[in-house]
Design a binder for this molecule. Structure first.
Ligand SMILES: CC(C)(COP(=O)(O)OP(=O)(O)OC[C@H]1O[C@@H](n2cnc3c(N)ncnc32)[C@H](O)[C@@H]1OP(=O)(O)O)[C@@H](O)C(=O)NCCC(=O)NCCS
Length: 179
C-alpha cells in the first residue's frame, strides 16, 4: 500500500498509485493490477505530470508478475490513458465489485473499462476476458479504481484531491518544487 509522507508548503504534487489483487474468472485465477488515485495538484495540471506518473505506474505493472492490467476511468479520460500507458478501452467488459446485491458496477457508474493482457496465461484466455463481466471479489461498497469511488488506498478520492496532499506511491508518485 502507498505510504503517507509529509508535505512541504512549496511543493506541488502528482500521484498515480497501483492497486493489485487476484481474481477468479472462467475457472482460473489471474493476478491483476491497475493505476489508481491518479491526480495532479490543480495548480500544476496540463504540464504532463500525470502522463509521466501513469507511464511509470504502467511500467511497474508491466515489469511485475501481473497477468492482467485492468481499471476504469471516466470515458473522456480514455485518450489520456491510451497515450500515457497504451491502455485500450474494452467496450464489452463490465467490472463489478462482486456478485452481491448492491455491489458497485462499472456500467451504471458510467465508467469505461481499460485492460491489457500481460502474461501468456492471460493472452490464452483473451476470449474469456474480452466479452464478459469481471468480478473483482470485493466487499459490497468497495471498488478498486475510478474517480468518485474511493479506492482501497490512502490517497483521497481524486475528485476530492484539490487542496489535499496525497502520498506519493513508491512506484510512481511525483513531487516537484514550485519554480
Ligand atoms: C486527469 C489529471 C490527473 C490529469 O493531470 P495532468 O497532470 O494535468 O495531466 P497531463 O498534463 O499529463 O495530461 C493532461 C491531458 O489530460 C487531458 N485531460 C485532463 N482532464 C481531462 C478530462 N476531465 N477529460 C478529458 N481530458 C482530460 C488534458 O486535456 C490533457 O490532454 P492534452 O495533452 O491532449 O491536452 C488531472 O486533471 C486531475 O487530477 N484530475 C482530477 C482527478 C481525476 O479525474 N483523475 C483521474 C482518475 S481516473
Amino acid at each position: 500500500m502507498p505510504r503517507r509522507s509529509s508535505s512541504a508548503s512549496t511543493a506541488g504534487w502528482c500521484y498515480a498509485g497501483v492497486v493489485r489483487t487476484t481474481i477468479r474468472h472462467a475457472g482460473q485465477s489471474f493476478a491483476i493490477a491497475g493505476p489508481s488515485c491518479v491526480a495532479t495538484d490543480p495548480a500544476y495540471r496540463g504540464r504532463g505530470f500525470a502522463t509521466r506518473a501513469v507511464a511509470a505506474a504502467t511500467r511497474s505493472i508491466e515489469h511485475s508478475d501481473r497477468d492482467v492490467g485492468i481499471f476504469t476511468c471516466d470515458p473522456p479520460l480514455a485518450r489520456f490513458y491510451a497515450r500515457a500507458g497504451a491502455w485500450p478501452v474494452v467496450p464489452h467488459v463490465v467490472l463489478v465489485g462482486s456478485r452481491d446485491e448492491g455491489a458497485l458496477d462499472s456500467t451504471p457508474l458510467g465508467k469505461a473499462g481499460l485492460m491489457r493482457l500481460f502474461s501468456a496465461k492471460a493472452r490464452a484466455a483473451a476470449e474469456e476476458l474480452s466479452h464478459t463481466t469481471i468480478d473483482l471479489g470485493l466487499p459490497v461498497g468497495q471498488f478498486l479504481w475510478g474517480p468518485g469511488v474511493r479506492p482501497r488506498c490512502e490517497a483521497p478520492a481524486p475528485d476530492r484531491a484539490a487542496g489535499a496532499t496525497p502520498p506519493p506511491s513508491r512506484a510512481s508518485g511525483r513531487r516537484f518544487r514550485r519554480r
